[in-house]
Design a protein around this ligand. Structure first.
Ligand code: ATP
Ligand code: MG
Length: 478
């Protein structure tokens, strides 16, 4: 058995090979599947097949031969077809040759040889093909040295990189994504071509850019991808707010830190703790408003007053700009950006329980994620200082835990609700209800009364006097 046959020694390759032989179509598995098998990287979700002839015809015959005879989804315009088989998506295409026009990602396509097809792929490591026909079952077809590049961890384009990136600028984002995700380096000429073609990224939709960006963010050490994006000026094309974090200014001998590299350090830190994409996004955006809030105040130094509030506003704009979801994910990121300084502030002074209750109330169920973000935000070149901060921070964490255990304000539900207020004073919905509810909430957060029904009820009766209300109905059950 050839060295490569072990990768295809399973369902559904046998059936596809047999079907291809019946139709006399030279057929190969190609692309990400082959790459990831050789790299020993997880289980495949999508597998790409290419044949010399009609991919659609092959797919239709394969579907008939597969158990359960799954449906074929045909994309006539693209000449491709897809079959869902178990957990897998099998993609079929006929080998093609492509030529591009300057103003579009959409190429002119004609039938071609396997090598033509491999040439149009983005990287040599994504152009590796393994034959499925009986006559050369398991043979690796590698005309561009993809295997060697895999071994040396190098991203190289099969054709001239300027051509490859100009033709389809999304490949530039894919280059950075693979570099970050696989921890590969981008071959030198290719790297230069990224800088030369960066502006071409403008013709790519924001959705596709963000898909790749999110994969960069989810890689093990995301700073790797961001540094390449910055150094090639790709980042400048779609995320200028992050570029603006870069740089250091000095006045009267005082410098502030470079917030771009600080942000990347926070992002790498948090990535050790969580795979939550949106928490990682919060790390990227936590200081995003530092440039527009930056001031040099004589006697004080550099300040960034209110950057957490402006940052939370900018989050909406950036999500819209990058076509990220404008839903509860965005709200979650906003909240973390807005609150990111609060736990740190609790480190500094003698903290009151009420300050902790307020933070718990505002953060709610996201308190844990907020603490993860703040912990990641502790970056300093001075190891002693970092340790002192971390130790203090641990104490805050413990305090938060004990206050929550005692007062249960994290998922604060008012112990006295609007219904009971209306019934007690026989009043209609109106501003008094809001005033009383808020007074009770404040009293609980301030620690004047415990978070319990009876004291809250008595407090309401007292407070109502200020509004000239007296109880009419003292039946407390609601
Ligand atoms: P993953 O599935 O992990 O995202 P992949 O390399 O499999 O990575 P797909 O989008 O599934 O990416 O594409 C499958 C194959 O199609 C790639 O391996 C590559 O050969 C080719 N390909 C995909 N996108 C492009 C592109 N923009 N330009 C050239 N070839 C591409
Ligand atoms: Mg794939």
């Amino acid at each position: 058995m050839s060295r490569w046959a072990k990768y295809i020694d399973s369902d559904p390759f046998k059936i596809i090979g047999e079907t291809a032989d019946k139709l006399q179509l030279e057929t190969f598995v190609i692309g990400g599947f082959v790459r990831d098998k050789i790299l020993n990287r997880g289980e495949a979700k999508d597998i790409d097949f290419v044949c010399k002839g009609s991919g659609i015809e092959l797919a239709q015959a394969v579907a008939k031969a597969l158990p359960g005879k799954p449906k074929v989804q045909v994309f006539k315009n693209f000449g491709t077809a897809m079959i869902k088989h178990n957990e897998l998506e099998l993609e079929f295409v006929g080998a093609r040759k492509e030529s591009y026009r300057a103003n579009s990602r959409k190429p002119l396509v004609e039938d071609g040889s396997l090598e033509d097809d491999q040439k149009r792929r983005d990287f040599t490591i994504n152009a590796l093909a393994i034959s499925l026909n009986e006559k050369n079952w398991g043979e690796l077809i590698d005309p561009f040295g993809g295997l060697e590049d895999l071994e040396n961890k190098i991203l190289r384009t099969p054709l001239n990189p300027d051509q490859t990136y100009f033709d389809d600028p999304l490949r530039m984002m894919r280059a950075v994504r693979f570099a970050s995700q696989l921890n590969f380096s981008i071959e030198e000429e290719s790297f230069k071509a990224l800088s030369r073609n960066a502006e071409r990224l403008k013709i790519i939709s924001k959705e596709r850019i963000s898909d790749e960006l999110n994969k960069i963010i989810l890689s093990k050490i995301p700073s790797k991808g961001f540094k390449i994006l910055f150094n090639t000026q790709l980042l400048h094309q779609f995320f200028p707010q992050m570029v603006a974090l870069h740089g250091v200014e000095t006045r009267n001998g005082k410098s502030h830190k470079d917030n771009f590299y600080h942000t990347l350090e926070v992002l790498d830190n948090i990535s050790k703790e969580t795979d939550n994409l949106w928490l990682r996004w919060a790390a990227i955006l936590h200081d995003i408003a530092k440039p527009p809030t930056k001031k040099f105040e004589p006697g004080i130094g550099w300040t960034f007053h209110g950057h957490e509030f402006l940052g939370s506003k900018m989050t909406t704009k950036i999500f819209r700009q990058l076509k990220l979801p404008m839903n509860e994910k965005m709200k979650y990121v906003q909240k973390l950006v807005k609150l990111h300084l609060r736990p740190i502030a609790l480190v500094k002074e003698e903290v009151t329980d009420s300050a902790i209750r307020r933070l718990l109330f505002e953060a709610g169920d996201n308190i844990g994620d907020l603490m993860t973000l703040c912990n990641a935000d502790i970056t300093s070149k001075n190891e002693m200082r970092k340790k002192r901060y971390r130790d203090n921070f641990k104490k805050v964490q413990e305090k938060i835990k004990s206050v929550e255990e005692r007062d249960h304000v994290k998922n604060f539900q008012p112990p006295v609700d609007g219904e009971l207020i209306m019934k007690t004073f026989r009043i209609k919905p109106g501003r008094e209800i809001g005033i009383l509810k808020n007074a009770i909430k404040e009293a609980i957060l301030e620690g004047e009364i415990p978070n319990e029904f009876e004291p809250a009820y008595q407090y309401m009766i007292e407070k109502a006097k200020d509004l000239n209300l007296s109880p009419v109905n003292t039946n407390k059950s609601n």
